[in-house]
Each structure stands twice: as C-alpha cells, then as structure tokens.
Design a protein around this ligand. Sequence first.
Ligand SMILES: *[C@@H]1O[C@H](CO)[C@@H](O)[C@H](O)[C@H]1NC(C)=O
Ligand SMILES: *[C@@H]1O[C@H](CO)[C@@H](O)[C@H](O)[C@H]1NC(C)=O
Length: 196
Amino acid sequence: MAQLLFCFLLTFAALGPFASEAAAPASLYNWMFLSVNDFTWSNCDGNWSGNIISLSVSPNPINIPGELTISIVLETTERLTAPTKIILTAKKKILLSWITLPCIDNIGSCTYDNICEVLDTSFPLGEPCPEPLHTYGIPCHCPFEAGVYSLPEATFTLPNVELPSWLTSGDYHVNAVIMADNQKFACANFTFFLGS
Ligand SMILES: *[C@@H]1O[C@H](CO)[C@@H](O)[C@H](O)[C@H]1NC(C)=O
Ligand SMILES: *[C@@H]1O[C@H](CO)[C@@H](O)[C@H](O)[C@H]1NC(C)=O
C-alpha cells in the first residue's frame, strides 16, 4: 500500500511513473524548477477498506529537483489482491471552475490497470523490496494483507523531470480510487499548488 501510495504521490507531483524518469533528457534547456506547495490530503467520505491514517510530506514547498521527506501510515481492513486498479481524476482550477485534465503520457486523469503486475515488473519477485520498504517490512507485491502499514520518515531525491507543457502552475485537485475486483476499495483526495 505504501508503495502504491508513493506511486500516486509521484504522479500527483506530476513526476510520472518510475519508468519514464530515466527517459527525461538532461539538456540544460529542459531544466525546470518546480515546486509543490501546500499539499493536503483527506480520505473520501464513506466506509472504505483502505484508509490513510496519517501522511506528512515536507518541506513545504517540495522542490523538484530536490529532496522529499515522507511519512505515512496506511490501514486496510481487507486483503488487497489482484486484479487491482487505480483511477486518478485530476482537476485544475481555471478561473473559478475545476476543469478535469486528460490523461496524456501517463500523467493526468489516468487509470492504471493491473497494479499488481506493475509492481511485479518494477520489483523482481524473490528479491527483497527496495529500501526503505524492506527495513520497515512493507511488502511491494500483491497481495497486501489486512493490517497497518507504517513508513516512518523516509527521504527521497526527486530528479529533474520534464513536464508536459499543458501542466502549468496553479491549483490542482486529485481524486484517487483503488478498485479491487471491480469494487471501490479506497478513495482519497489530494490538493496542492504547482508552482514553477
Ligand atoms: C473527494 O473528491 C471527490 C471528487 O472530486 C468529491 O466528490 C468529494 O466530495 C471529495 N471528498 C472529500 C471528503 O473531500
Ligand atoms: C463498513 O464496511 C464493513 C465491510 O463491508 C462492515 O463490516 C462495517 O460494518 C461497515 N461499517 C460502517 C460504520 O458502516
């Protein structure tokens, strides 16, 4: 769960999935300095199997490239197994309305199918999960057993990324829904201001 959430966070921070990071060209002219300001989160109203118990990210703003410190506690009352998908709906405030953004190159209002498969591809089976997950005994493959998953403070280096030109500074709202077996399993909302 923490890993999934970390993936969301990266997506929310408009960093794109792990796989595309390496592809970002490092030309001086592509360097952009971005910041994620005033990040907030909440679980959606309702009775969900998966919930965020606590989540803090620092510093504020989070600079990209830069360091991100995160601590998170997630809880699930039910076992999360394949097939699992994540549905993101990203909105941007334009004048007084919230406009739903498209999904372009895996950024925006995207649905990520087969999250369990993505995890299996990203983290070889039979090998220890990457740090800091390994240290805290957080699994990186499905199924995720019912329980509480806690990641105390961990610091990550956010690389420079090239963002699509339509992703401009402003207020963003992201709704994330985890579906397991076509049932809503978890739902959370995130807001932040993207500055450049
Ligand atoms: C979460 O976001 C959804 C979709 O934008 C919205 O309908 C809902 O009211 C939000 N829930 C909370 C608790 O903010
Ligand atoms: C929440 O859902 C679970 C599982 O469906 C159920 O057992 C529980 O009674 C529900 N709790 C509330 C407060 O509705």
